[in-house]
Design a protein around this ligand. Structure first.
Ligand code: ADP
Ligand code: ASP
Ligand code: MG
Length: 439
């Protein structure tokens, strides 16, 4: 029998009643045999995710401050869930133990991971299925990346059970301690489990009915993309369409396992299928979707005959690596080089130090910086062959009065990225969406 792996995100785990709904979805199809869960997320606007509360507990504890009040909110959520499902699943004992561990100096990743751990305990009790700890399923290399050994070890850990519930987001680090993925990483855990059990489908259950052509918080009711390729999805999710973690495609892509994005609150909806090459036609034509991310800085360098100066770019990139900074994009001209950097790397005077080192070491004719930039990516496999796509894109921006600060086109011709002011990000996405989807 084919196996389906289901991952339920934070909103699908938000309270006991929604967890029951998730359990019903699992029971409705006997192929749904392995379940991966996130920590309870927000129940309403202004609510706080369990993971955020746990990070706060750790940060307070590690600076010697009292975290009791915040931990009592974690406790109240899980004890509330236990009441809502009408079952004693031992939350009090688990929470007492976790509180003690945080007090005793447990690591940051360990603390954050407990939301998933407890949610999986609850789901395992609800379904009556074994709990398999993610520390025996997901493994990280010494560099902190997902270790390929995970698939073999996870297969061995899960083979013994016809059904199981596994916490998302964390696994074992190379030092044997609990380590987490970056935020939203339960999507990657689901993908690892799907590959390990050779699933025929990885169902990712969330609070929207699929992957939309752009962020539904920016354009109301955008078009749902019925089929999208792994690569398009990666480009869009990396650029801010965070419905799925951008790294979650890697474990399943090489095994050819499709991902379906499904809505826990409307399980009958078709959702979005993520596959190697999307075939179904889309109304956006060459464009599959648009996504944007704020808070980048561009360093613009100019130097006559730069293209003839061997090792110029190498020297510039050497300066970045000295400060532990990686770059996002590197558009170049014959006498110009622009470096786009995520602001997270540049706090505490790092930008100024980099600029001063560039001036001293590569002696450009000019160097200037532009802060507060948003990157907006227009993505689609068809873009390479569709004459006039770029013209339409830039005309839509100029019609909307948006100033384009930087342009980059990935070498795969899968996307065109423009840099605009942070304040123009949403308008830029709206303008491109209007051009290709509501023209
Ligand atoms: P989960 O808790 O299930 O992991 P997330 O909050 O991580 O869910 O992702 C789902 C959210 O992603 C949606 O509620 C939606 O607001 C947001 N989102 C951003 N861009 C897109 C997009 N292009 N398509 C669908 N949802 C998107
Ligand atoms: N709970 C984690 C987070 O909030 C991981 C996840 O939900 O995927 O980022
Ligand atoms: Mg998510």
């Amino acid at each position: 029998m084919d196996i389906k792996v289901c991952k339920f995100g934070g909103t699908s785990m938000a309270d006991g009643n929604i967890m029951r709904r998730a359990a019903d979805i699992v029971r409705a199809d006997p192929q749904r045999r392995y379940v991966v869960v996130s920590a309870p997320g927000k129940r309403f606007g202004g609510d706080v995710k369990i993971t955020d509360l746990l990070y706060r507990c750790h940060d307070l504890a590690s600076s010697g401050e009292d975290f009791g009040e915040i931990f009592s909110r974690v406790r109240a959520r899980f004890e509330g869930i236990e009441k809502e499902i009408g079952k004693d699943v031992g939350m009090r004992g688990e929470l007492d133990r976790i509180e003690k561990e945080i007090r005793a100096g447990a690591g940051r990743d360990y603390c954050a991971s407990r939301g998933e751990y407890l949610a999986a305990r609850v789901m395992s009790a609800l379904l009556g299925w074994p709990f398999v700890d993610a520390k025996d399923v997901v493994f990280f290399s010494a560099e902190g990346t997902l270790d390929d050994e995970s698939y073999i070890k996870a297969a061995a850990a899960l083979r013994r059970y016809p059904n199981a519930v596994i916490p998302g987001f964390y696994g074992s680090g190379a030092d044997g301690k609990i380590k987490t993925f970056s935020r939203g990483g339960s999507d990657i855990s689901g993908s690892v489990v799907a590959r390990a059990v050779r699933a025929s489908l990885y169902e990712n259950w969330t609070d929207v009915s699929g992957f939309f052509a752009c962020d539904p918080r920016i354009v109301s009711s955008p078009e749902c993309i019925r089929e999208v390729s792994y690569q398009e999805l990666r480009e869009l999710s990396y650029m801010g369409a965070n419905v799925l973690h951008s790294e979650s495609i890697f474990p399943v892509r090489s095994a050819g396992i499709p991902i379906r994005i499904c809505n826990t609150f409307r399980p009958e909806d078709e959702g979005t299928l993520i596959v190697s090459s999307a075939r179904r036609s889309r109304s956006g034509g060459a464009v599959t979707g648009i996504a944007g991310k704020k808070d980048f800085t561009v360093i613009f360098l100019e130097k006559s005959m730069m293209n003839g100066e061997i090792g110029f770019a190498e020297k510039v990139l050497g300066i970045l690596s000295r400060y532990g900074v990686s770059f996002e994009h590197l558009p170049t001209g014959i006498d110009t080089l622009s470096i786009v950097i995520d602001d997270k790397y540049l706090a505490g005077g790092v930008l100024e130090k980099i600029v001063s080192d560039i001036r001293a070491e590569v002696r450009p004719d000019s160097v200037r910086t532009h802060e507060g930039i948003a990157l907006v990516a227009t993505v689609g496999h068809g873009m390479a062959n569709a004459v006039g796509t770029a013209a339409r894109l830039f005309r839509s921006l100029s019609d909307a009065g948006i100033n384009v600060i930087m342009i980059d086109q990935g070498s795969s011709e899968l996307n065109i990225i423009v840099g605009v002011d942070n304040a123009d990000c949403a308008d830029c996405i709206r303008a491109v969406y209007r051009e290709f989807f509501r023209a």
